[in-house]
Design a binder for this molecule. Structure first.
Ligand code: NAD
Ligand code: GLY
Length: 347
């Protein structure tokens, strides 16, 4: 079993192994140890894995309940969090009890946010069932919900107590969702691990390990996203704009792929990198079935969607731009400069 330590919050482990769900009770006993658990999942994941996880919790002699909400970004809302909080109150959950997020990034973000506010914070465990959640969203403690069309506008930093990653769960993942996760894997390679790009068809546990180790190192140094952690947002500033403009028709991973290509073009335009970075990035994304552009949205539309970006501070926004493939840097520009750059880069 692979174990990666994350030095955030109280410090916690990310455990990765095929078939690990079958041993979830051992990890829950060692790192959560609650008397009551509530498993939060979505309508696609619950029929596949909820009973198996429930059985492992019952094997601990703990009480277990569940909350299942419909899958999809449109349910990543305050209303869903409110329902979870009401259920926890109805079950007389106390601060020593624990939530379990069983699903992809949406379940993890919603469940983690509920955990962060119930009684001012209770523990939660992440069980990611998508590649995207395994390599990114289940680690690092960003939780939250959308506010209308504004992505992840409301949330909290709230670290899990434990992450249990069983890549066998990806066997039921629609291919499109697997590709979404590959976009985040390629992101890690592009920001600091160029050698990972040559191993994308290798052992999935090793791929997840590499990504989680990078994320763990970065968030352990900058939990609150004040500096280095912003590098993990490569492709996200432009990507969130694509997600918003498409009314969530383009999912997160694909939007990040398009966002990375936009960042490459902006970087090239600013003279920070050469054309070979976009070429290398495009080749990798295409090889994994990911889109490179979203022609239907004009630069004006995307700029409009970026007005509410969380990475904006006053009249400035910090972009993550590549210097070369495998190295990115932060670059702060005014919103007016960004408008000029984007419209110039729209080709
Ligand atoms: P998701 O949670 O919507 O999961 C994708 C789809 O796959 C859903 O329909 C889900 O029901 C289904 N699914 C999940 N696991 C499955 C399985 N094993 N078998 C069959 N179906 C399965 O999306 P995602 O791509 O995992 O996550 C995207 C979300 O994560 C976005 O809301 C994004 O903002 C957020 N995110 C958060 C962070 C963070 O640091 N907190 C980082 C990246 C992304
Ligand atoms: N997904 C970017 C971060 O966690 O910071």
């Amino acid at each position: 079993m692979i174990e990666i330590k994350v030095e955030c919050g109280g410090g916690y482990g990310v455990f990765i192994e095929k078939g690990l769900l079958r041993r979830a009770d051992e990890l829950l006993c060692a790192y959560a140890g609650a008397a009551k658990y509530c498993i939060v999942s979505d309508g696609n994941v619950a029929p596949l894995y909820l009973e198996a996880v429930k059985a492992r919790v019952l094997a601990l002699g703990a009480e277990v309940s569940e909350f299942v909400f419909p899958a999809g970004e449109s349910n990543k809302t305050f209303a869903t969090v409110g329902r979870i909080l009401e259920i926890l109150a109805g079950l007389h959950f106390t601060r020593s009890d624990c939530l379990i997020a069983l699903g992809g990034g949406i379940v993890g973000d919603v469940c983690g946010f509920a955990a962060s506010v119930y009684m001012r914070g209770i523990r939660f465990v992440q069980i990611p069932t998508t590649l995207l959640a395994a390599v990114d969203s289940s680690v690092g403690g960003k939780t939250g919900v959308n506010l209308g069309s504004l992505k992840n506008q409301v949330g909290a930093f709230w670290q899990p107590s434990l992450v249990i990653c069983d890549p066998d769960t990806f066997s039921t993942l629609p291919e499109r969702e697997y590709r979404n996760g590959m976009a985040e894997v390629i992101k890690y390679s592009a920001i600091c691990a160029p050698e990972l790009a040559d191993k994308l068809d290798g052992d999935i546990c090793e791929i997840i390990k590499t990504c989680v180790q990078i994320k763990s190192d970065i968030v352990s140094r900058d939990e609150r996203d004040n500096g280095e952690r912003m590098l993990l947002n490569y492709g996200h500033t432009f990507g969130h704009a694509v997600e918003c403009a498409s009314d969530e028709r383009i999912p997160h991973g694909m939007a990040v792929a398009i966002g990375m290509m936009m960042a490459c073009r902006v970087s090239e335009r600013l003279g920070i990198c050469g054309a070979e970075v976009a070429d290398r990035t495009a080749a990798l994304l295409s090889a994994h079935g990911l889109p490179l552009e979203a022609d239907e949205f004009s630069a004006e539309m995307l700029y409009g969607a970026m007005q509410n970006d969380k990475k904006r501070a006053g009249s400035k926004v910090t972009l993550v731009l590549p210097r070369r493939f495998g190295e990115c840097a932060l670059h702060t520009v005014t919103m007016d400069e960004l408008r000029g750059i984007m419209i110039g880069a729209d080709r």
